[in-house]
Ligand binder design. Structure first.
Ligand code: THU
Length: 152
């Protein structure tokens, strides 16, 4: 699925500046990707509730399933820095179709993000597509489901 740039919602000045910061951070993180097996470098950047940006890259492993996605790396940085919420996310990768978070990372993002949080899929030149967390992972399971941990 490809979306043209025209389908990306226009932003006010503050949001455009934040998006520019997220894009720069995700592209810089992508440069650090350790992807000797797939050769598919990914960078991610997250805006936290304090206005800070946390970035991450994918880190692969010779034992393939142990590889970590860029989004997971960025979330670890956010949590380590004392962040509690994700207010916006950018994923940067180079492919024919926009690089969106994998299924597992949609769930990882959802843990810290509301359904209306924007997720931008970008490459090195432009934003290719825009989604919300709720669009990427509808009717999701989350922390709210664990309010009653005891068996009824
Ligand atoms: N990858 C990410 O880092 N994030 C995604 O959302 C999609 C996939 C990485 C995992 C692996 O290192 C490489 O891209 C190829 O799948």
């Amino acid at each position: 699925m490809t979306m043209s740039v025209e389908t990306v919602t226009p932003l006010d000045d503050t949001s455009a500046q934040t998006l520019a910061r997220l894009l720069a951070a995700a592209r810089a993180a992508r440069e650090r990707a350790y992807a000797p097996y797939s050769h598919f470098a990914v960078g991610a950047a997250l805006l936290d509730e304090q206005g800070r940006i946390h970035a991450g890259c994918n880190v692969e492993n010779a034992a393939y399933p142990q590889g970590q996605c860029a989004e997971a790396s960025a979330i670890a940085h956010l949590v380590l820095a004392g962040g509690a919420r994700i207010l916006a996310a950018v994923v940067v990768g180079v492919a024919d179709d926009p690089v969106t978070p994998c299924g597992g990372c949609r769930q990882r993002l959802r843990e810290f993000a509301a359904d209306d949080v924007p997720v931008w899929a970008a490459d090195l030149q432009t934003v290719r597509a825009q989604f919300t967390v709720g669009q990427l992972l509808p009717a999701s399971f989350g922390p709210g489901h664990l309010k009653h941990p005891l068996k009824p």
